[in-house]
Design a protein around this ligand. Sequence first.
Ligand SMILES: [Zn+2]
Ligand SMILES: [Zn+2]
Length: 366
Amino acid sequence: MEARAALLTEQPGALSFGVVDVSDPGPREVRVRTAACGLCHSDLHALEGALRTPLPSVMGHEASGIVESVGSEVTGFAPGDHVVACISQFCGACAACARGETWLCQRREQPPLVRTDDAPPRLTHDGDPAGQFLNIGGLAESFLVHEHALVRLPLEMPLDVAALLGCGVLTGYGTVVNRAPVRPGESVVVIGCGGVGLSAVQAASLSGASPIIAIDLHDHALELATELGASVTINASFDNPVKMVRALTGGGADHAIEAIGFPKTMEDAVDMIRPGGTAYLIGIAPIPSTMEVSAFRLVWFNRGVQGVLMGANHFRRDIPALADLYLAGRLPLDRLLTERISLEEADAGFDAMRSGSLGRSAVVFD
Ligand SMILES: [Zn+2]
Ligand SMILES: [Zn+2]
């Protein structure tokens, strides 16, 4: 099956647009007609060369759609199902999966979640094999994944906002709800108010956190954070955020969430927590990069520093829960999806992301 797709052919590089051939599903695979695919900073990292991917690769990984066909051994999905893809696909058999930490699956890049080397490729471009960024490749009219990369959605859930559940929203929400978890009345700081940070703000609000302090360099992002539940905002281009958070919380926050991926703001997050508090680092930092923390203060103030991958999610539990919250009017995801664009506008979408655009853009297919 042919599909228009946004490909990366060199790193660093820009997107190029072409047609890929998407093969029929293997026994455990599902082919999905893409409805929408959000643009995520991880894609931008790949465009800039900081995150390696096989070349060429179809980019995109925050995708929703409608099941078009399923492999002979697939029992959990049928054509017509509405689904969201998640990069936290799981094998179900490795040590991490056995511990119940499926988001840390050690075999995400191995068969059966990807095809064996001697099997025909899932995708070809001009007759040559093409890769799928993070094993999804959602910036195409259809994508083909192992069934363990998908979860079914209620049919009432709009597929464009649903796409955001697969990565950005799940990461912000899961950090607050799964990893911390935040309790009513606890203070939460969120550094960086893009799609991930704003999702953390929303989840902190749902969890009854107080105060919820949002930090960004852009006033428009902070206004949106306020609408989504932040009680205090700090524009870090004018104010010293560490001093302000300490003053606002009487010595430091219970939880500080860094949702950008800059070593400097990660260090700030550690300096913003109270004795015994925890800083969660959830933005993807460039490789290589290092951060400095005071070894003395870490011990003396009993500080916790916790990296969190993909919101420590169980996406087949969390994404339907998020969809239910949205449908009940308690999670205004529409406010995060600030721009709907065509596939060919994806490059411009990444340019806007570089300049600190508001919320999340998603490519929406007809
Ligand atoms: Zn992502
Ligand atoms: Zn596994």
